[in-house]
Write a protein that binds this ligand. Structure first.
Ligand SMILES: *[C@@H]1O[C@H](CO)[C@@H](O)[C@H](O)[C@H]1NC(C)=O
Ligand SMILES: *[C@@H]1O[C@H](CO)[C@@H](O)[C@H](O)[C@H]1NC(C)=O
Ligand SMILES: *[C@@H]1O[C@H](CO)[C@@H](O)[C@H](O)[C@H]1NC(C)=O
Ligand SMILES: *[C@@H]1O[C@H](CO)[C@@H](O)[C@H](O)[C@H]1NC(C)=O
Ligand SMILES: *[C@@H]1O[C@H](CO)[C@@H](O)[C@H](O)[C@H]1NC(C)=O
Ligand SMILES: *[C@@H]1O[C@H](CO)[C@@H](O)[C@H](O)[C@H]1NC(C)=O
Ligand SMILES: *[C@@H]1O[C@H](CO)[C@@H](O)[C@H](O)[C@H]1NC(C)=O
Length: 728
């Protein structure tokens, strides 16, 4: 549950988008889809003190004197700049009971304070007594750095510690600069203080089996991908590349595992040496992992075989203690990239980076913008080359096999959705009691009938009427809203498929008689959706450049939505993937940048992550397009398809410029009786007719194969060609 929420929510731009004086009566004086009031929770009634977490905290504070510390920073981030995906990494929870997704805490000898955001206020209320809680955005709350400065002002030469492997280098440098102004020293505590005191009941590191991804689905062997990476490194004049982002090694090595959350990833690091063609890969329980029987029934080789270690063309050779490696002496192995697999362990990783970075012939070391300070500080400053990694770019521009896999998976996933929506509508109309919670589960029972389906791509978001308004609606059995004929229904869900498919789709429906306002809003969102789906733009433009095209039909009425328009999507990979983003405001995709930025005051936020909205949209990248509209306690509408970028054949006066466009691969019809066709332009109608005929042509034969006549009838009703005048 937690990871998906993090990923999906990391995109919300928590800004109130207000406008005044719009003509239509869609609500109050402002577009609100988030509550406005701000809480600053200073003390809590009825808080409890958990003896276990409190004891750990006290032990931690006792350790301060060993290091001369006056304060210590603990956050929800792990060694890969993601918000604690695994229970083993929930350090803040281990000392405070905070089970939320994002938080940064400061512990002094006698005070404990946490900064969190609006989505995590409930989790903060469950924390142990004694914690002071600051909510991001609340008026008058101090930034983390200014609080620390005030708190330590009477101490001479104060020292604040943090673990360098658990903090992004970007944040670390900002903290260091800010604290230095007040003579506060940032001290690196390599062995995190929470790790030192978390002896009892610590969940073990995750140990699920990692499976090879068959070449027929990956489309390119890991050796070929590695050669591509070496090539990009050579172009940039780089000798070493450190892979620290969790979505990169699964793509590079054609390996997948559901080790935490929903994305098919596992914990790993890699250090790629271009000259020797040797790559060190660090995974958990590496010795047993290499020889384990695959846990995916469609995978037939061990990792050892897949990585060409032990067996294969070359005989085994072990030259360095602790590493199992494929030999690089045999002739054919010299020509091929070689991988040495070692244990996932920060100390070993940092030791190896330090060693290869210090070699005299190493000129530059390529680091991810998101790497931890531990990785960053292992490389001499003059050798650091920090930029979006070549893996991130190669991964997001899909190969022909991945494109086919995405098309196949999104088509079959659309069929599953059509079958589910057809049944839901029928049963709701028959008076059967459906709740959003039922709907949230049931859609996956249809996905399970599709070959290669592996798992939900994220925690399904489902809402009905007012409960669709909070954008990230995750129903629980207790608070589940019934699905009725009076309210609109919205569902945002997706799946992961072994044949390199990841899907992410949202549809809104009304199973009764919609009001004029509901139709107006639905139609406006559809127009927003089509505006992007049919847009043609010159190569080189960014997600930031095209975002307004989607919002224009809503802006025209003084309306807007406070989330991004679309995000990159992986191929049996991350449901949210960089480096691009369709949005007009910067929100980071791995972590919650706006949140972390808020723990610094304005002028301290000097080192920044690259802005994904400024990254050019490239051919063969996949994106979601998901405009919406939300009004607190009233309505929530969103429409989301997966699309990929392809060359556009436009009538060019100047043939020098290449143009691009989207190709839509999600094929689920829209709700025809929610569309006011008179509001659509001729080009909107043409697009819709073309889409409908494609939906029909591609999904109907599969529905026939399933023998699902109800779903076929449901489909037919929605894909009739439409004209400007409403159908009679
Ligand atoms: C705290 O507990 C008391 C007694 O059970 C109750 O009356 C009060 O409403 C509770 N306060 C909160 C904020 O829950
Ligand atoms: C809390 O610690 C600070 C710094 O160590 C010290 O100045 C202050 O007197 C302490 N306050 C209490 C109430 O112990
Ligand atoms: C620092 O000292 C001043 C003057 O004695 C006092 O007013 C202030 O409360 C102290 N601050 C802290 C955080 O202890
Ligand atoms: C920091 O220390 C230097 C040297 O001891 C001193 O001159 C300066 O005033 C100090 N700055 C602050 C903000 O305390
Ligand atoms: C991990 O799981 C495998 C098989 O499921 C087991 O053989 C191995 O001992 C486990 N390793 C650890 C460190 O728990
Ligand atoms: C649906 O729920 C209502 C209210 O809880 C109940 O009265 C009704 O009998 C239920 N209908 C069906 C078909 O289960
Ligand atoms: C529906 O419209 C599309 C696109 O305008 C056209 O290609 C198709 O032939 C039409 N189908 C029917 C049944 O009229």
């Amino acid at each position: 549950m937690l990871l998906t929420m993090d990923l999906k929510t990391s995109f919300i731009l928590w800004v109130c988008v207000c406008s005044t004086g719009f003509a239509h009566n869609y609500g109050s004086d402002c577009v609100h889809d988030i509550p406005h009031e701000i809480t600053f929770v200073q003390s809590r009634e009825n808080c409890t003190l958990n003896h276990m977490t409190w004891t750990r905290l006290k032990k931690m504070q006792d350790l301060f004197s060993n290091y001369g510390l006056d304060a210590y920073i603990v956050t929800t981030q792990d060694a890969h700049h993601q918000q604690g995906g695994s229970p083993h990494d929930r350090r803040l929870e281990a000392i405070s009971g905070f089970d939320g997704t994002i938080g940064a805490a400061v512990i002094t000898r006698n005070k404990t304070v946490i900064w969190t955001d609006g989505r995590n206020v409930d989790a903060a209320m469950r924390m142990d007594c004694g914690w002071q809680i600051y909510r991001k955005g609340a008026k008058g709350i101090p930034s983390l750095t200014s609080w620390v400065k005030a708190e330590l002002q009477n101490i001479s030469r104060p020292i604040i510690g943090a673990c360098p492997s658990l903090m992004a280098a970007v944040w670390w440098k900002n903290f260091k600069l800010s604290f230095a102004k007040n003579n506060i020293t940032m001290l690196e505590i390599e062995d995190d203080l929470v790790d030192q005191v978390w002896e009892d009941n610590r969940p073990p590191q995750i140990n699920v089996t990692i499976n090879a991804l068959p070449l027929e689905f990956a489309g390119r062997s890991w050796q070929d991908k590695m050669t591509d990476v070496h090539h990009e490194m050579a172009k940039a004049g780089v000798d070493i590349l450190v892979v620290s982002d969790l979505d990169e090694n699964p793509w590079l090595f054609n390996m997948r595992a559901f080790a935490f959350g929903f994305d098919p990833f596992f914990y790993s690091f890699a250090v790629i040496e271009r000259r020797t063609r040797i790559t060190r890969l660090y995974i958990i329980d590496h010795k047993s992992m290499l020889s384990r029987k695959p846990s995916d029934h469609e995978v037939h080789v061990t990792l050892e075989r897949h990585l060409d270690i032990g067996e294969g063309r070359c005989s085994v050779r072990v030259t360095e203690p602790g590493y199992v490696e494929s030999p690089d002496s045999a002739e054919e192995c010299v020509q091929n990239p070689v991988v040495k697999v070692g244990e996932y362990n920060m100390k070993d990783v940092v030791r190896d980076i330090t060693r290869v970075a210090s070699l005299p012939h190493t000129r530059k070391v390529w680091l991810s913008p998101y790497c931890s300070y531990a990785v960053y500080s292992a490389v001499p400053t003059d050798k650091i080359y920090q930029d979006i990694t070549p893996i991130s770019i190669l991964k997001s521009t899909k190969n022909p096999v991945e494109i086919q896999g995405m098309e196949d998976a999104n088509l079959l996933d659309s069929v599953a959705a059509i079958r589910f929506f057809a049944r839901l509508e029928k049963e709701v109309k028959q008076g059967k009691n459906w709740t959003v919670y039922d709907a949230f589960h049931e859609i996956h029972n249809y996905r399970k009938q599709i070959p290669h389906f592996r798992a939900p791509a994220f925690r399904t978001l489902t809402g009905s009427g007012p409960t669709a308004a909070p954008i990230y609606n995750m129903p629980t059995p207790e608070d589940s809203q019934p699905i009725t004929r009076e309210h609109m229904f919205m569902q945002d869900s997706g799946g992961q498929y072994l044949n390199t498919g990841t899907t992410d789709m949202t549809r809104s429906f009304h199973f009764g008689n919609p009001t004029k306002v509901e139709k107006d809003i639905y139609t406006r969102v559809l127009m927003a959706h089509i505006n992007l789906a049919e847009l043609v733009w010159p190569e080189g433009r960014t997600g930031h450049d095209i975002d307004a095209t989607a919002r224009e039909p809503l802006w025209e009425l003084g309306l807007d939505y406070s989330h991004e328009t679309g995000h990159g999507i992986g191929a049996y990979g991350g449901v949210i993937e960089g480096p691009g983003r369709i949005s007009s405001t910067f929100a980071d995709f791995i972590s919650d940048v706006p949140f972390y930025a808020s723990i610094f005051t304005e002028d301290e936020n000097i080192n920044k992550f690259p802005d994904p909205t400024e990254y050019p949209l490239r051919k063969n990248m996949f994106f979601t397009v998901e405009p919406g509209y939300y009004e607190m306690d009233n309505i929530g509408v969103r429409m989301e398809n997966v699309m990929y970028i392809t060359p556009a054949h436009v009538n060019q006066l100047s043939s020098r410029c290449k143009f691009l466009r989207f190709e839509t691969i999600t094929l689920v019809p829209y709700e025809s009786h929610l569309i006011d066709y008179n509001m659509l332009s001729h080009t909107h109608l043409d697009w819709l007719n073309e889409y409908n005929s494609r939906v029909l042509q591609k999904t109907a034969p599969i529905l026939e194969r399933f023998g699902d006549t109800d779903a076929l009838a449901w489909l037919m009703k929605r894909v009739e060609n439409v004209t400007r005048e409403p159908l009679h």
